[in-house]
Design a protein around this ligand. Structure first.
Ligand code: NAD
Length: 483
């Protein structure tokens, strides 16, 4: 199946932080792929701005290398790479000083959409917005893209929102959560709202519980010092897992537009019950055979920051009351895997003797690896000799269904950056949504900080701390394998 490419308006995209890790690993490779897909208008340009001293040629060489490193070989084409590099300009700019702003202002073309991607540390988000205003670089049509983390608690998120609101209208602010740009996540909405099959079953009458897992096999690696001030709750739960949770639990919006989808997501967060103390487990990985514990890698031998968190979330609304959502995320676990698993209730009465050990219907929306959707069904084991039952997957791997291999699947950033140019905010977070999510997690974090409790230890390569198994065992359930 050939994906349809809808051209976007002519644009100048300014990547502030254009020499950083995110720019070279994700943003520029994604833009290159959009050029290859024929979606970038011929005159569209990319202006990279950062503190470092790069000549135009140095910067092009730097990005040529980044494309070599981060674009799959099948997608690399010498001629296209050179065409792409011709679109790049580098400006040395100081986000907190005066250097570079005049040059930036002069380099923008009248008539093109101007988008500014804040790919810098969070302490620079507010100063950047203010400087764009001060130097009169913005107009009615300007967009800004703000990376994560958006605040570290409710108060800081509110104050950042307030600064941005002084400089821009809400429809100009694109708070990015790249999970929302993943093909499978959008397919979760298509599955729910473009098919009549699932929606009648999508409630506490038919769904026993939901499990959302985002597990990483790597530890904090070089990001230890940053991560130690954040932890799994702030770094993953408050944003990525909450977004997946909202899309799974929300009501069907009346129309598929930014305001309606975001209104429904907000209602989900507002319907969340406060978390009970026994409904949450914090963990931290202990040392492996190389002695690399979380505390070593974070450079803080007394750290009590969690590298793992699991919790049980309950929603007080008509659709979901009585159906818990179990959410977990952690580092240095058995595998890198992200999925949403909808576990349906057993049939009300079993007429087969051989059905006790079967897991029943589970709808799995797999984000990584091997993006796809899978529904496990119980069928009769083939052959004579009575009615023996077995489980089989009804598998819809996207690669198979769409006739594309993984290299052809668009990266989340490709989709999201093009949405910024289009001015489509459906897959971005609204200010009140982010604040509501912080308002829910803030009391939890404050309670830990007050108690001074240490996180439970777990072995690298495991499924997380033993206590997290108990979180489900006490409800008569078990986590799915991290495979
Ligand atoms: P980085 O430290 O690798 O890069 C930071 C960039 O900001 C560099 O280009 C640097 O020159 C520039 N910069 C720093 N101070 C500046 C100043 N005063 N004026 C102008 N430029 C300045 O960081 P990163 O990993 O690329 O992350 C950027 C943002 O994206 C962060 O907010 C991060 O949380 C977020 N993010 C990163 C990743 C990732 O995979 N790297 C993933 C998700 C979100």
């Amino acid at each position: 199946m050939v994906a349809q490419t809808i051209p976007v308006d002519d644009f100048d995209l300014v990547i502030i932080g254009g020499t950083g890790d995110l720019a070279k690993r994700k943003i520029l490779p994604s833009l290159y792929r959009r050029v290859c897909a024929g979606q970038m208008p011929e005159n569209a340009r990319i202006i990279a701005a950062a503190r470092s001293d790069f000549s135009q040629q140095d910067y092009k060489d730097f990005i040529r290398q980044a494309l070599e490193d981060f674009v799959k070989s099948k997608k690399r084409n010498k001629k296209k790479i050179e065409t792409f590099l011709e679109r790049l300009t580098y400006i040395k700019l100081d986000a907190t000083g005066i250097e570079g702003w005049k040059e930036l202002s002069q380099s923008l073309r009248a008539g093109a959409v101007h988008a500014f991607y804040f790919s810098v540390g969070p302490s620079l988000f507010a100063p950047l917005a203010e400087r764009l205003m001060k130097h009169k670089i913005t107009d009615e049509n300007t967009r800004i893209v703000v990376e994560k983390p958006f605040g570290r608690d409710l108060a800081s998120a509110q104050s950042l929102n307030a600064v941005l609101a002084r400089c821009f209208r809400e429809d100009q602010i694109f708070r990015i959560d790249h999970y929302l740009g993943k093909e499978t996540v959008q397919n979760l909405m298509a599955l729910r709202f473009a098919n009549a099959l699932f929606e009648p079953l999508w409630n506490s009458q038919h769904i026993d519980h939901v499990q959302i897992t985002v597990s990483e096999s790597l530890g904090v690696e070089g990001r230890g010092a940053y991560y130690d001030k954040s932890g799994a709750m702030r770094d993953m739960m408050q944003n990525h897992l909450m977004q997946l949770f909202c899309l799974t639990a929300m009501e069907p919006p009346a129309v598929f537009d930014a305001a309606s989808v975001r209104d429904e997501k907000l209602k989900v967060i507002k319907a969340l019950d406060p978390i009970l103390e026994g409904d949450m487990v914090r963990g931290q990985y202990r040392s492996d055979e190389n002695g690399d514990s979380y505390q070593n890698e974070s450079g803080n031998p007394a750290s009590t920051t969690e590298s793992y968190i699991a919790l049980k979330a309950n929603l007080s609304n008509w659709r979901w009351v009585g159906t818990p959502f179990y959410l977990r995320t952690g580092k240095k676990l058995r595998n890198r895997m992200s999925e949403i698993a909808i576990v349906f209730k057993d049939p009300p009465h079993s007429i087969f003797e051989d059905s006790q050990d079967l897991k029943g219907n589970v709808l799995t929306i797999r984000l990584q690896p091997d993006e796809g959707i899978n529904l496990s069904m119980t069928i009769k084991e083939p052959g004579p000799g009575g009615m023996r039952l077995t489980e089989v997957p009804l598998d819809m791997s996207f690669a198979d269904a769409l006739g594309e291999d993984e290299a052809d699947m668009p990266d989340a950033y490709e989709r999201l950056i093009m949405d910024v140019i289009r001015g489509n905010q459906t897959l971005f977070m609204r200010g009140d949504e982010v604040e509501a999510a912080w308002a829910w997690v803030d009391p939890i974090i404050k309670a830990w900080e007050k108690s001074g409790a240490k996180p439970a230890q777990y072995d690298p390569g495991s499924n997380g701390p033993d206590d997290s198994l108990m979180l489900l065992h006490k409800d008569g359930r078990r986590w799915r394998e991290i495979t």
